[in-house]
Design a protein around this ligand. Structure first.
Ligand code: SME
Length: 168
């Protein structure tokens, strides 16, 4: 069973379907990227179990800069050559890391983190940044989580599409 606020779901797919609907409503009609990132990170941080950090790093054209998040204070800037976030941004591929201690160059913002998933945020060819989620549980994120979180990330990117102030 997967709990989301007061609701329970039989499958992770159902859980993420509901979360996608919530995120879509939460961001609907609001073009401000920072406002949407703040509410989005709060939504997923409180919805997902066993997560100790959830939020954004935005690409400023040179490196990643921390954006809205929930969790402990994090490192502000990450070069694309560094860490799980840098790898996701550089390769434009989701990084699903079962054991962060085994990932060369992992940046430990919170020593409690044991596994991590980082999803690149692409608006067409443009790299907006990454969505980063950390867990204190090893191997917290499976392929179903990756599929659901990829859909959620797309909700955020869609909200940025056509936003006059999308580039903060
Ligand atoms: N662990 C990340 C750094 C960001 S924190 O997890 C919030 C990394 O290796 O890129």
């Amino acid at each position: 069973m997967f709990a989301l606020q007061s609701a329970t779901f039989d499958t992770k797919a159902d859980f993420y379907e509901d979360l996608v609907q919530q995120a879509t409503h939460l961001l609907a009609g609001e073009p401000d990227r920072i406002a949407n990132a703040a509410n989005f990170s709060s939504l997923i941080y409180h919805a997902l179990s066993e997560v100790n950090w959830a939020g954004f790093y935005f690409f400023d054209g040179k490196e990643l800069v921390v954006g809205p998040f929930q969790g402990k204070p994090a490192c502000v800037r990450i070069a694309l050559e560094r860490g799980v976030c840098g790898a996701a941004a550089r390769t434009r591929q989701t990084q699903r890391v079962a054991d962060v201690h085994a990932f060369p160059g992992h940046i430990a913002c919170d020593a409690a983190s044991r596994s991590e998933i980082v999803i690149p945020l692409l608006l067409g060819e443009e790299l907006l940044g990454v969505l980063d989620i950390d867990s204190p549980i090893p191997n917290r994120f499976d392929a179903d989580d990756e599929a659901g979180l990829t859909r959620l990330a797309a909700v955020f990117v869609d909200a940025c599409r056509g936003a006059a102030n999308g580039r903060q």
